[in-house]
Design a protein around this ligand. Structure first.
Ligand SMILES: NC(=O)c1ccc[n+]([C@@H]2O[C@H](COP(=O)([O-])OP(=O)(O)OC[C@H]3O[C@@H](n4cnc5c(N)ncnc54)[C@H](OP(=O)(O)O)[C@@H]3O)[C@@H](O)[C@H]2O)c1
Length: 273
């Protein structure tokens, strides 16, 4: 499993499994247990996904030592608005059945609070309840504001990112500040034709790989962590098998050219939750 070192020295596996929209506790439990059994050591959840308990139980029942698993959860927007960050991480830890997470992310840049919430995230970091802290869905202008008051530089910015939304500007900005970009919805979240796009499938054929593997590889090769979600064993295995081939510079460019700024999720400057 390839690992990346974040700006505070913490190591994160470059491929993780996401569990968004896996609300059924049994399915979430089985998915995480399956993922761990086929080799995943990085799990991405969030308070709002409603499955932290199932994730924690699966981790425990897997028999794998806690310190071998990289666990991310996120601070939901209501907890930013109420200012109850310490309470929110405590509640997440309780549900997860652990005394720390590896990465705690501010889920969205809530307009009224994103400038102040970071100080409270730094307190979480100093308490040891999160080995690293970061943000999600932050645009460069949000990060510019945050960096003016930050003592701790965010380790990660988790953003929507797949070939139709290549996010080159945000990624370049993050890299310039030592913030590691992480892609959510890396396979297009089951909402686009990206997995049957002929450029992608053509490249996949030349490597004897699937379209999903090619687009995950594209992000990894440009220095972006990926957290694809699947509840199926064959796909979990497929999505993890992306470090044994290399896309050529031309193939990387062909994929990047597919960008059409097509956002499938909400815009970070305009969301209503
Ligand atoms: N920070 C944020 O605001 C934010 C927002 C959204 C998501 N996320 C995180 O990012 C993770 C991934 O994003 P996502 O779940 O939205 O979308 P995604 O990983 O891009 O796509 C998941 C979809 O692709 C299917 N799939 C998975 N592997 C496949 C393969 N090899 N071939 C074909 N289809 C495949 C899955 O179906 P099956 O499950 O049926 O296999 C599911 O329908 C989430 O689970 C969550 O942890 C974060």
């Amino acid at each position: 499993m390839e690992k990346i070192t974040l700006n505070n020295g913490v190591n994160i596996p470059s491929v993780g499994v996401g569990v968004f929209r896996v609300e059924d506790a049994q399915v979430a439990y089985e998915t995480v247990k399956l993922a761990l059994s086929v080799g995943y050591r990085h799990i991405d959840t969030a308070m709002i996904y409603g499955n932290e308990e199932a994730v924690g139980k699966a981790m425990k029942d897997s028999g794998i030592a806690r310190e071998e698993i990289f666990l991310t959860t996120k601070l939901w927007n209501d907890d930013q608005r109420s200012g109850k960050v310490a309470e929110a991480i405590e509640a997440s830890l309780k549900r997860l059945g652990t005394d720390y997470v590896d990465l705690y992310l501010v889920h969205w840049p809530v307009k009224e609070t994103y400038k102040n919430v970071w100080k409270k995230m730094e307190e979480v970091y100093k308490s040891g309840k999160a080995k690293a802290i970061g943000v999600s869905n932050y645009q460069p202008h949000h990060l510019d504001d945050l960096l003016q008051i930050a003592e701790v530089i965010p380790a990660v910015d988790q953003i929507e990112c797949y070939p139709y939304l290549s996010q080159e500007a945000v990624i370049a900005y993050c890299k310039g500040k030592g913030i590691y970009p992480e892609a959510w919805g890396p396979l297009g979240a089951g909402k686009t034709d990206i997995l049957v796009n002929p450029i992608i499938t053509g490249i996949a054929t030349t490597h004897g790989k699937s379209a999903a593997q090619v687009i995950l590889r594209w992000n990894l090769q440009r220095g972006v962590i990926v957290i694809p979600k699947s509840i199926h064993e064959a796909r979990l295995v497929e999505n993890l098998s992306v470090t044994d081939f290399t896309l050529t510079a031309k193939q990387m460019e062909e994929i990047s050219k597919l960008d059409k700024n097509l956002r499938l999720g909400s815009h970070p400057d305009n969301f209503n939750f």
